[in-house]
Design a protein around this ligand. Sequence first.
Ligand code: ADP
Ligand code: MG
Length: 714
Amino acid sequence: MPKLATPLYELHLHEIPRLAMKTAQKLAQGVAASLGAADPRQVTVEDLLHYLPMRYEDRSNLARIRDLEHGMFATLEVEVRIAGSYAVKGGRLRIFEFSAVDETGQIRAYWWNQVYLQNSFPRGRRVLLYGQWKRGRRGFFEVENPDYEFVSDDDDSTDPIHTGRRVPVYRKLGEVRTKQLRSIIYHVIERLDFSEVEEVIPKEVLARNGLISRAESFRQIHFPTDETPLELYNKFQSPAHRRLIFEEFFWLGLAMGLRKQGREQSPKGTVIEINDPVRDAVRQVLPFKPTGAQKRALGEIVADMTSPRPMNRLLQGDVGSGKTIVAVQAAVVAIENGYQTAIMVPTEILAEQHAKTIKRVMASTRYRVELLTGSLTTGRKRELHEAISKGEVDLVVGTHALIQEGVGFRKLGFVVIDEQHRFGVLQRAELMNRGYNPDVLVMTATPIPRSLAMTVYGDLDVSIIDEMPPGRKPVITKVRGEEARTKIYHFLDRVIREGRQVYVVYPLVEESEKLDLLNASQMAEHLQTAVFPKFRIGLIHGRMKQEEKDETMEQFRRGEIHILVATTVIEVGVDVPNANVMLVEHAERFGLSQLHQLRGRVGRGNEQAFCILLAGHKRTAEARERLAIMEETSDGFKVAEKDLEIRGPGEVMGTRQSGVPAFRVGNIVRDYAVLEAAKREADRLLAARSGSSETARLIEIVRRQPKFGLAAVG
Ligand code: ADP
Ligand code: MG
């Protein structure tokens, strides 16, 4: 009997009908590919069973043509009559179609641009067709792009695997087609030694959440029982789905909890106290009255700092909600207690700007604030390294290189990581390896939906700034086409005459970087010579020398440049309140979060700000949706939710360093409720952890899963 741990390479030894060694290997390769580059020799029956159907069909009653109704989804078994293909729309598209019959009538099935299907449907071939049926022009029912499956001649027409029951429909797995896969999985489940399928989740947890057993869920998820409406299966909400999805999220919850516990156990080297002089110092750097949300966030941060456990906190807040000053106030607390602070940001422009802002608000203090970036001279760098290692520098702003290049601090007590989305997940281990165990505050660039925050930053505490500084008006956003360009230029002319400044943003994508840069600089030149000869136009992009960038930014800040043409280098953090109109060229090429980030550059003062999204007419449906959302809302939390919905977690977090664990059955957006329940149970279990052997067993299971990277955590 095959077991869950049986490698698929050996599955042919278990007398599964029509499963030759070759097929077993193909199967293993298919599953390996679906899991993302696993070694096919290590892929097991358990992995195969986690390859879930994309949907289910009720074939317990195949429909007859006579019984079809307009708009109905149904499976028919029919016999092909006449097939052929022809061109439409001036030859740009081809349709392949055939007519087919059963004992009660005739239908038509057709596909767009899939002429290769032509040889697959000879006259007389019997086939199952599934799709939405509509009444066509000649009175026959038609179906567009149906799913199909051949009924082979040696099939017993009452084959109990494929018809006369509810059946799973799989996405083709490598070279193995849905029907073959269904048959293999059917026989594997038939033969599987279920007594060996161990229950891994504690009984009380199963009971509390109304979950079925692991063994039962494997059986039902492939061949649905009749008690549950098929609709629930198709929505991934059947008991079998809930159970497997819960399990997957339960491990995640445990992993996050363990990581947090591990950190909390390691002693922090700092002792922070709050007294009146510290409070006074904190108040002194405040240039304005903080919002309630800012006060609350600072309170939570300071509570962490004074506690014996190291802080690991995520500060969430929309663009422009005022996260910087909160971090600066916390830095004052650290400095007053005799510790150094490091603020890390993703770009040099932002580092410059932060250093400037912070120097300004700290001007009345004795603190030494320094900027450390890669473009300093070697001599200057060496000087700073020395001052930092002697503890003479109280606060240093820099890029990630601050930590990576191994700058030695004397007493590093507080680390702020700003605009986190650019870094991927911070490896605290990296800091600890360097001999530090400071308080860490991570600040997001744009809000992260709760589901993502829970999966990617689930081991962090979270503070949210959900209130904008007073007097802010939402940015008015409009999507426009090329025909509006002249009108837009008139508008820009007016606002500049009124004393305001403008950003014109160009996309920069790696594949066409040269061309895009050319576009941006040509645009700057064109605007200067042909459109706005009386105004001063500046240009800034990532390929410029640091001094040039600084010079340009400084001139813009001083109001000497009226229009700043920029690539997305200004995406994060840049803060010039007088610039409150933004024109985004080729807006259809930007992602949603990116557009929101960019838009966050304007609307930082009290005057009404505008964002004009100029888009080409060849917009994909997705691009149209993105632009419509931007017009509709300026709430970053809403934008983030939509972005996640449209693109999925891996893309939103940036695929390479996403930090989003790969889930096999769960989907954090679709299954958010299950994610929450599983997290709750995991937390509960760890809180009650009193060395029970059951808990130890669960922790062992989590540790063995490399995706959580827990092996090294104490
Ligand atoms: P972000 O959260 O995007 O980093 P910033 O910290 O850059 O936002 O703040 C955006 C702007 O709002 C800055 O110009 C800042 O000085 C200003 N600001 C922040 N908090 C307040 C406040 N409570 N009252 C008035 N202005 C504020
Ligand atoms: Mg910021």
